[in-house]
Design a protein around this ligand. Structure first.
Ligand SMILES: C[C@](O)(CO)[C@H](O)COP(=O)(O)OP(=O)(O)OC[C@H]1O[C@@H](n2ccc(N)nc2=O)[C@H](O)[C@@H]1O
Ligand SMILES: Nc1ncnc2c1ncn2[C@@H]1O[C@H](COP(=O)(O)OP(=O)(O)OP(=O)(O)O)[C@@H](O)[C@H]1O
Length: 287
């Protein structure tokens, strides 16, 4: 019999700081970062097809053929790993900008792994799902585990963390920044000394991609200098999305109304437990 899960959240993440501490032999970078979720994201609906193993996704994303979409790749990976012959019809409501440093594609993939693992009764435990997730991208495991985390390695070594959960103004300067291009740039800072939680708590951590991305993208420079005039404005991931914490929703809302011309913005709240895990009442590690 066909089973369904509808309107599941695929939340955004932000990197509260991002340091690059080295480069591995395979070209990937060793990071230290602090991930937090936002109550803003895509939505996904799933219906299983017990007698048809195809994975059908609609609508397709412009410029991303279905077989390259992380949702379809996540579903196929779970089929391969478990040997299930079931398929699924998946609907995507895309809200997060692509290439926005908010991990939208990664979060879609994680929601797919969690939803289909439940609907197909394949019952892989979360740590095993997180190991599969890493094959899809460095940011996917944190969305599977579902807790705000201090991350190391390429982002897969996760320690639960409880940073403050302020309101944020999220500012989107409107340009897409290719993660691979930033990580491949010769001028990127790649040798930050390792830091501890205390360094973050005392304000000594930033985003190592920031100087380079501000230089390459004038719109990001414009948005970030405006945000830094308001408070602790920062950049998420390799760019494209900017954020600034506020003590109240009203303050964030006032800032939103005065945002630089031509830029989109949202007021949202930081969460240390993923809205997906809250919605499905999935037990995450105790904080
Ligand atoms: C910058 C972050 O968003 C921080 O959360 C992530 O580390 C990026 O994670 P992601 O988008 O899932 O990245 P992936 O899809 O795995 O990698 C995209 C490209 O970025 C580069 N890359 C990514 C992650 C990493 N730790 N080192 C890298 O050098 C690689 O060239 C890779 O081909
Ligand atoms: N379901 C999906 N949603 C968005 N992008 C996808 C998806 N599947 C594949 N992609 C590809 O992944 C690229 C990066 O998209 P994504 O929205 O995850 O970027 P991001 O927010 O910068 O992620 P990160 O912060 O993890 O680097 C897109 O440009 C697109 O080509």
């Amino acid at each position: 019999m066909s089973r369904e899960l509808n309107h599941l959240p695929a939340p955004a993440k932000i990197n509260l700081f991002l340091h690059i501490t080295g480069r591995r032999a395979d070209g990937y970078h060793e990071l230290q970062t602090l991930f937090q979720f936002l109550d803003l994201g895509d939505r996904l609906s799933f219906r299983t097809t017990p007698k048809d193993s195809r994975i059908l996704l609609s609508p397709e994303l412009p410029g991303v053929p279905a077989e390259q979409n992380l949702i379809v790749r996540a579903a196929r990976l779970l089929q391969q790993a478990t040997g299930t012959r079931q398929g699924a019809v998946i609907q995507l409501q895309k809200r997060l900008p692509m290439g926005g440093g908010l991990g939208g594609g990664s979060s879609d993939a994680a929601t797919t792994l969690i939803a289909l693992n439940r609907l197909w009764d394949t019952e892989l435990p979360l740590p095993e799902l997180a190991a599969l997730a890493l094959q899809l991208g460095a940011d996917v495991p944190v969305f599977v585990r579902g807790f705000a985390a201090w991350a190391e390695g390429v982002g897969e070594k996760l320690q639960p963390a409880s940073p403050p959960t302020p309101w944020y103004l999220l500012l989107l300067p409107g340009c897409e920044v290719a993660t691979a291009a930033v990580f491949g740039h010769p001028d990127l800072t790649r040798n930050s000394p390792p830091v501890q939680w205390q360094d973050y708590a005392e304000g000594r951590c930033g985003n190592d991609c920031e100087a380079l991305v501000r230089r390459l993208y004038p719109e990001i420079e414009r948005g970030l200098s405006w945000l830094k005039g308001l408070g602790r404005g920062a950049m998420s991931g390799t760019g494209a999305s900017l954020f600034c914490p506020f003590e109240s929703e009203e303050e964030a809302q006032r800032a939103l109304e005065q945002r630089p011309e031509g830029m989109e913005g949202f007021v949202c709240r930081g969460h240390n437990r993923s809205p997906l895990h809250q919605h499905l009442q999935i037990q995450t590690e105790t904080l």
